[in-house]
Design a protein around this ligand. Structure first.
Ligand code: HEC
Length: 501
């Protein structure tokens, strides 16, 4: 080796130890008065689902859906496995889901985790408490186990300012659970740290705190202890709600800000709480975090919402009292893929993660280094690609063209090319139902479909009903799917469609 090589090696060595922080600059978000640097902090993860901040050690503790709990050390960006939760049942959306890290005192740290298990053909959602210490977990303590299903298991956990656990559960794919106050599915449950029922809960001897939910995917607490959730609607009306004790959020009797689907006399007596915001076509909202820091002045008093289907971060600007959403901005639309979870740090930095290796990847994803954890932090100058948040119009108008309507309502499952996902969503190309008689096809679209075996495959997921579509919209979709994806069947007129209803 000559002297120059040795010198180069020496320099590389110094450089690599200095740049051990494996942070990749992606670009800059330009806001009205400030700039945010977007960096990638970790890569090659397998569907990270929840991010928590360990303020004692400066770690981000995160779950991966198949059962791993890992730590991202913010001092050097190294990622290490903490533990694998035993017996996690992972299939499509089930698995290791929400977590909450609770560090009330120097020597009292807990990690709460929620995950799906399957025993003797029965599926459960579990709330388990671990003792957490400096990036290790021990002493699992199963606090609560409730019925689960192959879908709609929620869930997120927070520890409120009142030192109680709030657990947002899914309806376990049984609509009626949400309106049954004796069931723990489709509810916000309020639980003592040791798993017992708080004696100041709104219903004596019940964990139920609020009800009428389908499948919540985000939970956060903001100023004045206000609690916010995000929730998936079925074919329409994804929601963000402000949670109040014993309020009924209406699923499945009512969705979004609409009037009840069927009004019976007994229902007239029930008051439903309308969401702060709802979205049709759906965006698949996921994790939410409250931004209360003064660092990013433009975003102070906002909810940061990560979305899956619409592949974006949403900034939901709250009113002064936090009880209304006054503006909405969309950021990174279709750039980073599906976004699952978001976390705000006390120093004002924002971390969020992608979910491109999950059961429903979107076109062009996953990329080789997915999934990733990203950071947004204040910066002085613009580097890399430039991103701007776009003000979202609150009622998006979908123009009546078969293609637009198909993309808004059907493509999230059957995909833009109509091919679906093998074993999960049937292909509409060459499908007998699509190309066969029009009445059967109309009925499928209007009423939805479940438990069918199509071309030898039994589908576990069901197709929601699209009976809210106007006649001209349904006709346009029918004609689109009958003449695309290689299908060459006859089209129908609106009048013919009306006769098939
Ligand atoms: C949330 C996911 C989802 C959405 C959105 C969705 N579908 Fe489906 N679709 C399914 C599933 C799952 C099945 C199979 C259900 C079963 O039989 O168990 C299905 C089945 C079908 C079938 C029957 C296919 C066959 O070969 O028998 C047709 C036709 C269809 N969907 C059309 C549509 C159209 C048109 C739209 C949009 C208006 C749509 N779907 C939206 C999930 C979805």
């Amino acid at each position: 080796m000559n002297h120059i090589t040795i010198l180069l090696l020496y320099i590389c060595c110094i450089l690599s130890s200095c740049t051990q922080k494996n942070e990749i600059i992606i670009g800059t978000v330009e806001l009205s008065n400030s700039k945010l640097l977007l960096t990638q902090e970790a890569d090659s993860l397998d569907v990270p689902w929840d991010l928590q901040y360990d303020k004692t050690n400066n770690y981000i503790i995160f779950s991966e859906i198949k059962g791993n709990i890992k730590k991202l050390d913010l001092s050097d960006n190294s990622v290490k496995l903490i533990a694998t939760i035993p017996n996690v049942f992972q299939q499509r959306t089930t698995g290791l889901l929400g977590m909450a890290l609770y560090q009330p005192h120097q020597n009292e740290h807990y990690l709460f985790v929620s995950y799906t298990t399957k025993t003797n053909e029965k599926i459960y959602s579990n709330l388990c408490r671990y003792i957490y210490k400096d990036g290790t977990i021990t002493n699992p303590n199963l606090l609560l186990q409730i019925p689960g299903n192959t879908g709609h298991n929620g869930s997120r956990i927070i520890i409120g300012t009142d030192k109680k656990i709030y657990w947002a559960t899914g309806d376990a794919a049984i609509d009626a659970n949400a309106q049954d106050i004796s069931k723990q599915n489709g509810k916000i449950l309020r639980i003592n740290i040791d798993g017992s029922i708080p004696n100041d809960n709104p219903i004596p001897n019940s964990y139920v705190y609020a009800w009428g939910f389908r499948n919540m995917q985000g939970l956060a607490q903001g100023e004045n202890s206000l609690i916010y959730t995000s929730e998936h609607g079925d074919a329409v009306e994804d929601e963000v709600n402000l949670i109040q004790p014993l309020h009924n959020y209406g699923w499945p009797l009512i969705e979004g800000k609409n009037t009840p689907k069927k009004e019976t006399d007994s229902m007239k007596a029930i008051t439903f709480t309308t969401p702060l915001q709802s979205w049709t076509p759906v965006i698949a909202p996921a994790g939410i975090a409250y931004y209360g820091s003064t660092k990013i002045a433009e975003w102070r008093k906002s909810l940061i919402l990560s979305t899956l289907k619409s592949q974006s971060l949403r900034i939901l600007k709250l009113s002064e009292d936090g009880k209304a959403i006054i503006d909405e901005y969309t950021l990174f639309k279709d750039e980073l893929g599906r976004l699952r979870s978001v976390l705000t740090l006390p120093n004002g930095d924002i971390y969020f993660c992608s979910s491109n290796r999950d059961w429903n990847p979107q076109k062009g994803f996953p990329k080789p280094e997915d999934d990733r954890i990203y950071k947004l932090s204040l910066t002085e100058k613009t580097v890399g690609r430039v991103f701007h948040p776009v003000k979202t119009t609150l009622t998006p108008v979908v123009e009546v063209s078969g293609k637009n309507l198909y993309e808004a309502y059907c493509a999230s499952c059957h995909k833009a090319d109509g091919k679906g996902i093998t074993g999960t969503f049937p292909s509409l190309a060459k499908s007998t139902a699509v190309n066969g008689d029009q009445q059967t096809l109309s009925q499928i679209i209007l009423n939805g479909l479940k438990d069918k075996t199509i071309a030898g495959v039994k589908y576990e997921a069901s197709m929601p009903a699209f009976n809210f579509l106007k006649d001209e919209e349904a006709t346009a979709i029918i004609n689109y799917i009958r003449t695309n994806f290689g299908n060459q069947s006859s089209t129908i007129t609106i009048n013919q469609f009306k006769q098939t209803k």
